[in-house]
Structures are given as C-alpha cells and as structure tokens.
Design a protein around this ligand. Structure first.
Ligand code: TYD
Ligand code: MG
Length: 457
C-alpha cells in the first residue's frame, strides 16, 4: 500500500489505511480510524530513489560533551518531576483533562522562569492575549517579563521564535496549531503530528526548550497519535479528581531523568500552590479510626507518599456482587479478593465491595496489596485497625507477602507523620534508628492473626 493513496489514519497508533475499517489491524483498537486528507510522504514530500539527499556528518562516541546545566523553571515541584530542572533544547509534552489546570501551571512556570532572568514566550492558540493577561493578574504575575502571543499559525509562530530565540516556549495547545503544509483541520491526527514534528525539530535545531500542552481524550490518552509521545523527550500528565483541590504532575516518560516521579500542587483562588508535604495533605481528611480504613505507606518515584485506603463491604441485594474501585486497579482488587477467599476462606461472594483511595490519589504500586487486604478484612469484620499503624507489602497468589523496595523511605516518612508502628513483609531492608515499631509478617494469614485474632469466615 503506498502512503500517497492512504486516506484513513488510526488516531491510536497513527497507522494508515487505504479504506475505512471499524478496527485498526495494526493496533487492534476499535473506532479509531478517521478520514484524513492531509498525508504526504514526509515533511518535505521527498521520496527515496529519485533525488539524492545530502551526506550527513558522522561523529564518534568518545567526544566529550559537557552536559548542559539544567535551568530551574521557578516551580520546584515541576523541576522535581523533570528530574532536576529543564534541560536546554528539550521537548516536553504536558497532557491532562480540559480544565485540570495545565494553562495555569505553565503560565506560572513560564512567568517564574522569565522573572529569573531567562527569556520565555507563551503562545496560546486557545485564549486571546487579554484573557491570558487577566489570568496573569489573578495569579499576581503581571510584573514578569514573560512575552505573550495568541496565534495558531505554526509558520508564523516558528518565524517569531526563530527571531526571538527564547530559552523556553510554551505552546498551548498542540491541538490548536495549524501547519499550512498539511491540508486537514487543526486537531486532526496529521496536523497534530506535523505540528509536533516541526516544533520538536525546531527545539533541537535552535536550542529552544519547548513545552507542548496536549488535551487528553476520554480514554485518557493525549489526543492525536501515540507518535507525539515518541517524538518528545519528556511526557508529563497533570491529573486530579474533580471536587478535590490538589493536582498531581506525573512523569510517564523522561529521557533526562527518572519516570514516575510526581509533583503535588493545590489549586487555590490564586493559582497552583506547591505542596511540599503531600502525605500530610492526603491524610488530612482522616477522621476517627473506623472499620475499613488502613494507611498505606507508598512511594511515588523517589518520594514517599502516605494515603488512606478505605473499604466498604455491604450485603448484595442484586444478583451479582458489585466491585467498585476509585484510585486503584480493579484487576488487582479482584486478585486480593480471590486470595482472601481461596487461601483463607474469607468470602466476599455475596457482598458488594467498594474501595477508595482517599483524597483522589491514584496508586499503581503493588505494595498497596497489604493495605488493601487490611482495609477489606477490617470492613468485613467490622473491626477498626489501629490508627497509628501503616501497612505495605505485595501479595503473591499463594498468600505470601513479598519484601518491598524502599522500605526505609516508607518507614521514615511514617515516623515523621507521627505513626507508631508498621506492618510489613518479612525480609524488608530497614534502616537502623527508625523509631517505628516494625512487625514483619511472612504471609496474609500471619497478618490477620496479628490484627484480627480469630476471623469469622
Ligand atoms: P486551566 O489552567 O485553564 O485548565 P486547562 O488549561 O488544563 O484546561 O484551569 C482552569 C481551572 O482552574 C478553572 O476551572 C478555574 C481554576 N482556577 C482556579 O481555581 N484558580 C486560579 O487561580 C485559576 C487561574 C484557575
Ligand atoms: Mg488551557
């Protein structure tokens, strides 16, 4: 199939097809193929075989490049997620749901960056300059020497950036950019792809760091093909629950630093404020000790984060029992329930189970298994766990608990927040001098005996 004749493209993987189909045979997703008239053979339309390219310069591995110093963005939590600041000439994609606060975060970061004596340009394709100024005055940023533009024409934007050569340019958002060499409408797959390609190669060529803002689709992915994520150096997601004031910036890909690092912010009437101690925030809503509540000592990236796991177990009135999870993986919940039933005879078959991570945090660590099991059994037995205890440990299908990494960091954070004891798997490496009372258990059976005594099955 020649790419010239391709008229249909998958918004999931970017594969091209000559005719429409319900399912993309390249990635297997359904209803992602849309008509696209803007495809060419490449950015310049040159095909191999007819014209010859220029010879590229080859270099060797042993030339020592001094690593470019990182620039601080002026927002410490953003620097942490980037791995210690902004790397010059890097391309960063910041994705998130509409209204989550991407524009607010980047306007604050760009203004702080400009106030530190760096040149920065904020280009918005969504708001007029007057609207951005209004937001800036609400955020108290009007004194910053940040330059603004309200524009969607990519050619004009690149010409301006080339003339100004700022250290940082923000493009808000990539879906509104319009590259005139591509025929399809802004926001379409080929426009997003072409605009990202132009901007990322501009960043590399001219040494300008570029941050692209990307909206997220219903399925939770950055709208446009996955190739945009492959083009940039760093992909950050800005997330949070509606009805909660705090937001989490999470690195999902980072060529210059650790992935899965998080930054925590609180949305206030005066913009986003950095949260230096997220555990205290996530635990702040905790009331009196009650059945079904267990505190998980987790680690996000390099930072320990404590969170409360809440479980509710109620009799089922409809035919099938309900399982509802917020902030954790539902497959993992099924696994914990199955282990409790198959290995320890604690059945949840005729009971609805609701599991919630308080405060709107989303946990992906398997180390939360023990805290989840503790909350579930506590809810089912109607027996509150001690309020001054934290739990962590990964559960295996046999019911054994596996030692968890970074135990020292988890324990230190728990002690700092005033917890007295911890229940953890046998074999964890603990650091000396920790003031916590640490109880290690080999499996879930030993854990339940310790916390609940005799279990009513
Ligand atoms: P915004 O940055 O426009 O979101 P995005 O660019 O991700 O679409 O954020 C908009 C929301 O943030 C809006 O619901 C209002 C709220 N907000 C505040 O609560 N305080 C503030 O100081 C600002 C500027 C916005
Ligand atoms: Mg916005």
């Amino acid at each position: 199939m020649s790419r010239k004749s391709a008229k249909f493209v998958c918004s999931e993987c970017g594969a091209t097809h000559s005719k429409w189909a319900g399912r993309c045979d390249s990635c297997g997703s359904w209803n992602t193929i849309t008509e696209d008239t803007g495809l060419t053979d490449g950015p310049k339309g040159n095909s191999l075989g007819t014209s010859r390219g220029n010879r590229v310069e080859l270099s060797s591995l042993d030339i020592e490049d001094t690593p470019a110093p990182r620039q601080t963005s002026g927002v410490a939590e953003l620097d942490r997620v980037l791995g210690g600041g902004l790397v010059p000439a890097s391309a960063i994609l910041v994705g998130g749901d509409p209204g989550i606060g991407k524009s607010t975060l980047l306007l604050q970061a760009a203004a702080a960056f400009a106030s530190n004596g760096n040149s920065a340009i904020y280009v918005s394709g969504e708001e007029a300059a007057a609207q951005i100024r209004m937001r800036a005055s609400r955020l108290g940023l009007t004194k910053s020497p940040l330059k603004l533009a309200s524009e969607t024409n990519l050619r004009d934007i690149l010409t301006t950036l080339d003339a100004e050569r700022p250290a940082l340019a923000i493009i808000d958002s990539i879906q509104t950019m319009w590259a005139d060499h591509v025929a399809s409408a802004p926001g379409s797959v080929s426009q997003v792809r072409a605009a990202s390609h132009e901007l990322v190669s501009f960043a590399k060529r001219r040494g300008v760091s570029i941050i692209l803002v990307g909206h997220v689709t219903k399925e939770g992915q950055i709208a446009g093909p996955r190739v945009v994520e492959h083009m940039v150096d760093t992909v950050l997601y800005f997330e949070g629950e509606r009805g909660h004031q705090f937001r989490i910036l999470r690195a999902v890909k980072n060529r210059f630093g650790p992935a899965d690092e998080i930054g925590v912010f609180e949305m206030t009437g005066r913009g986003l404020e950095e949260v230096a101690n997220p555990s205290a925030l996530f635990l702040s809503e905790r009331g009196k000790p009650s059945p079904g509540s267990a505190v998980f000592a987790g680690v996000e990236g390099t930072r320990p984060v404590l969170a409360e796991i809440q479980a509710l177990v109620a009799p089922t009135h409809l035919g099938t029992a309900r399982r509802s999870v917020v902030g954790w993986d539902s497959g993992r919940l099924s696994m914990v329930l199955a282990v409790l039933e198959a290995r320890f005879g604690i059945s949840f078959a005729d009971r609805d189970v609701y599991l919630n991570v308080a405060g709107g945090l989303r946990i992906s660590e398997p180390a939360a298994d023990l805290a989840v099991a503790a909350a579930l059994v506590s809810a089912r037995q109607d027996h509150a766990l001690p309020a001054d205890t934290v739990f962590f440990g990964e559960l295996s299908l046999s019911g054994a608990l596996r030692p968890t990494a970074q135990a020292g960091a988890r324990l230190r954070e728990s002690a700092k927040l005033g917890f007295q004891s911890a229940i953890a798997p046998k074999g964890i490496k603990t650091t000396d001098g920790n003031s916590l009372d640490i109880h290690t258990v080999a499996d879930l059976g030993a854990f339940m005996e310790k916390c609940f005594g005799k279990i009513d099955r």
